[in-house]
Design a protein around this ligand. Sequence first.
Ligand SMILES: O=C(O)c1cc(=O)[nH]c(=O)n1[C@@H]1O[C@H](COP(=O)(O)O)[C@@H](O)[C@H]1O
Length: 232
Amino acid sequence: MGKDVIIACDFNSKAEVIAFLEKFKDEKPFVKIGMELFYAEGPDIVRTIKGMGHKIFLDLKLHDIPNTVKKAMAVLSGLDVDMCNVHAAGTKGMMQAALEGLTRADGSRPLLIAVTQLTSTSEEVMQQELWIDKPIDETVMHYAKNTMEAGLDGVVCSPLEAGKVHAVCGEKFLTITPGVRFADGDVGDQKRVTTPAKAKELGSDYIVVGRPITQAADPVAAYRRCVEEFVG
Ligand SMILES: O=C(O)c1cc(=O)[nH]c(=O)n1[C@@H]1O[C@H](COP(=O)(O)O)[C@@H](O)[C@H]1O
C-alpha cells in the first residue's frame, strides 16, 4: 500500500455512512470505521462497506489484558479488513498477543498498528494528568519502538512525529496520522495537528481525516483537496 488519505467515517448509522460514500462516484476512498459506527451497526457494516469496494481501517483501539485482546483479534481476523489497531500502552505482551490472535491459519492478516499518544492529548495533559514525565516526542518514540519490537507494522501518531518515528524505526515502519486540518480549518478537540501538505513533507504514510471531509459543504472536493496536498 502506498501513501493514501483515509476518511474517518464517524457516523452513527448505516444510512448516513452509505449516503456519504455514495457521493464518491469517481474514486473509492480508504475508509476508517471507528467505535461510533461499529457499535451502532456491528460487524455487518464492515462487510457492507468492504462489499462496496473500499479498503477498511477498523479502528477499535483494543486495550485490555493479552488474552482478551488475542481472542477479540481472532474474531476480527474473520472480517477481511485491511488494517486494525490497539493501544501501545497495553504493553508489548498485549501487542504480541494481538498479533497472534489476528494471524489466520494460512498466515495472512490485516496490518496491525498501535496508537502511541492520542493526537487529542497535549504534552501538558500527558505530563500533569497522566503522569508521564517525559517530552511527548520521546514518549511517542518509545511507544513506537515497543510497537516495532512487538512485531507490529506501524503506529498511529501525529504527522508532527512521523519523521522522527521513521528515523527511529525505519522507513518501512508505517505512520498513520490523524490530527490533520486544512490551514484554514477548525482544530476542534485535536491538539497535535498539521495540514495534509505538511504531513506529506514530514513523511506520513497515511493521513486520517474525519470532520474536515465529513462535515464539509462539499465532501468530495474536501477529499480531493486532501489527496492533492498529501499524495500530489
Ligand atoms: O486511531 C485513530 O484513528 C486516532 C488516533 C489518534 O491519536 N487520534 C485520532 O484522532 N484518531 C481518530 O482519527 C479520527 C480523526 O477525526 P477528525 O478529528 O474528525 O479528523 C477520529 O476518528 C479519531 O478516532
